[in-house]
Design a protein around this ligand. Structure first.
Ligand SMILES: Cc1ncc(COP(=O)(O)O)c(C=O)c1O
Length: 382
């Protein structure tokens, strides 16, 4: 069964960023929120908590850790020890606090642009300095990690790698072999890999997600993973994410986290995430069906109406990395899209210098909204 996105009139009653940042004449396809109605088991769990006035502090309850471990086992065949999982506010906090534990002020941290823009700020927030090792691009093979560049960065002193797995914005699902190679490099240079896996449950049916911590002993010894139900089940406002360790060294390190980092998890986030991991599978299957249909629809629409815009279908998530360079809309095509087409996209340059001439479009919307957005863009193309 496929799921239908909520109609625009209903979406415009939402108060989240996507629906409050722009006036109603703009189609908001920028921030990574989805337009589908919340999964029923999550809504039921939240409403039930409200009815029972279960609105106090988070405490020692560890159901969400166990629910995640069961989900990871059944979905990815990855055995997680719930004792090695710690909750916190959101994935950004997992990343910043993990980096804080593993680097000293001024240490360099690798990121791989074009990449999720807040990575550029999280590294300095943790006291580090960004070292860019851009993804490689090949017309035939598409995007990939530059393993030689990552090795050079480690060899010259970078202490950590903030990996995006799967990769936002290009929807790249790294292979087990690439991840094992990254882990080997981290071990060789005694560095740490923080693997942001928030998009993992949104891996498409024609790809296979590999958890970084599952690839080797080196990965377990040198890696921390960041997980959350927030992206796949659209719970970003509820604030719950997970630090995951799989080796003694990283578990010991995480046990040094201030207790306050853990209890800043939202109780509603924890309740919703547990419901997502235990009972949200059928809803997510429906969402992925709708997302994959839109992934293909976008290819068709661009071929028909905007053939100058290049797009490689992602293998995870609902984000399209659009190359506008042939259209001549300048370094930031999202400015033209907003001003002239009234379509809000994320500016490519925010993802780092390889994003000049690109923009990111969120297609977790109805097919009609996606069609309307492309028609509007095409109407202003020369
Ligand atoms: C790669 C990546 N990491 C982290 C986040 C944000 O996660 P959170 O809202 O839990 O901080 C996003 C949001 O889109 C993302 O794409």
């Amino acid at each position: 069964m496929t799921i239908a996105a909520d109609p625009l009139e209903r979406l415009r009653t939402r108060t989240s960023e996507k629906w409050r940042a722009y006036p109603d004449d703009v189609l908001p396809l920028f921030v990574a929120e989805m337009d589908y109605p919340l999964a029923e088991p999550i809504a039921v769990a939240l409403i039930d908590a409200v009815k029972r006035s279960d609105t106090g502090y988070v405490g020692p309850d560890r159901h969400v850790q166990s629910a995640f471990a069961a989900y990871a086992s059944s979905t990815w065949g990855w055995e997680v020890d719930p004792q090695r999982v710690t909750t916190t506010t959101d994935v950004s906090v997992v990343i910043v606090e993990s980096l804080r534990l593993v680097i000293r002020p001024g240490d360099r941290v690798i990121i791989t642009p074009p990449v999720y823009p807040p990575f550029f700020g999280m590294v300095p927030e943790a006291g580090g300095v960004v070292e860019e090792v851009p993804l490689r691009f090949d017309d035939g093979a598409g995007w990939s990690l530059d393993l030689a560049g990552i090795e050079r960065a480690f060899a010259s002193g970078a202490r950590a790698f903030l990996l995006c797995n799967p990769h936002n914005p290009v929807g790249l699902v790294h292979t087990a072999a690439e991840l094992a190679a990254v882990a080997e490099l981290a071990a060789r240079y005694d560095a740490v890999v923080v693997s942001d896996e928030v998009h993992a449950p949104l891996t498409h049916s024609d790809a296979a997600f590999t958890p970084f911590l599952s690839v080797s002993d080196a990965a377990r010894e040198h890696g921390i993973a960041a997980h959350a139900a927030s992206k796949a089940w659209n719970l970003a406002g509820l604030k719950c994410a997970l630090f995951v360790a799989a080796g003694d060294r990283m578990s010991d390190l995480l046990s040094g986290l201030p207790y306050e980092v853990e209890v800043r998890t939202s109780l509603f986030g924890r309740i919703a995430s547990e419901a997502a991991y235990t009972a949200g599978g059928p809803w997510l299957d429906d969402v992925l069906e709708a997302v994959e249909a839109n992934r293909a629809l976008l290819t068709t629409l661009l071929a028909q109406y905007l053939p100058e815009v290049r797009y490689r279908e992602p293998r995870a998530s609902y984000l399209a990395w659009l190359d506008f360079r042939e259209l001549g809309w300048g370094d930031d095509p999202s400015a033209v899209a907003l001003d002239q087409a009234r379509v809000a996209l994320l500016p490519g340059p925010d993802f780092g210098s390889p994003g000049a001439g690109f923009a990111r479009l969120n297609f977790a919307c109805s097919p009609s909204v996606l069609t309307e957005a492309i028609l509007r863009l095409a109407a202003v193309a020369p």
